[in-house]
Design a protein around this ligand. Structure first.
Ligand code: ZN
Length: 183
């Protein structure tokens, strides 16, 4: 019997966390400080699998640095803008495409691959996949950065993290710029 991959474990943990915190009817203030022990255990397990990104991602959410932006008030299209905790730089994040505009993500996705290790078979998009890794193919290491982890937590468990996101509408010109940045 083969052991589950980190990607499989992460998907299982996020799904279980979502089941413990169903989506509320309207996002309200919530806190990570009053979690039941079972949810604390899940976050602890996540921190072991994401030792360098989970806590900084939670910090970004706690400091309200994650914004979900749409080109129109009721548009189904959206992207996340995440401001760095150390500078005024704003990074664009698209969890469904498993992409962030920051340098750390570019390095995780392409740099290590070029150096002979790292992302391996996960490059490219397919139809398979769960919350973690989006539609990326393969079972290799999934490239991450703290911004992407913060947004994936929101997408995976809105009942727990949705209250930490700032909803915004942005100018259509800015939206077009975002679309062009991904090409
Ligand atoms: Zn990033």
């Amino acid at each position: 019997m083969s052991l589950p991959t980190p990607r499989h474990l992460l998907n299982t943990l996020l799904t279980t966390l979502h089941q413990q915190h169903p989506t509320p009817a309207s996002p309200g203030p919530n806190t990570l400080h009053t979690l039941p022990p079972s949810s604390q255990d899940l976050l602890l397990a996540l921190s072991h699998l994401l030792p360098s990104t989970l806590l900084p991602a939670l910090d970004l959410l706690d400091h309200r640095r994650v914004h979900r932006c749409r080109p129109a008030a009721h548009s189904k299209k959206y992207a996340y803008f995440v401001s760095s905790s150390s500078s005024a730089t704003v990074h664009v994040v698209r969890p469904a495409a498993w992409w962030c505009s920051c340098g750390a993500f570019a390095w995780a996705a392409f740099g290590r691959r070029g150096a002979g290790g790292g992302a391996g078979e996960v490059m490219g998009m397919g139809e398979e996949g769960g919350l973690w890794g989006g539609r990326m193919r393969g079972e290799g290491d999934v490239p991450v950065c703290v911004h992407l982890v913060a947004c994936v937590l929101v997408e995976a468990c809105p009942g727990l993290f949705g209250g930490y996101v700032q909803e915004e509408q942005i100018a259509l010109e800015r939206w077009v710029e975002i679309e062009l940045e991904r090409r």
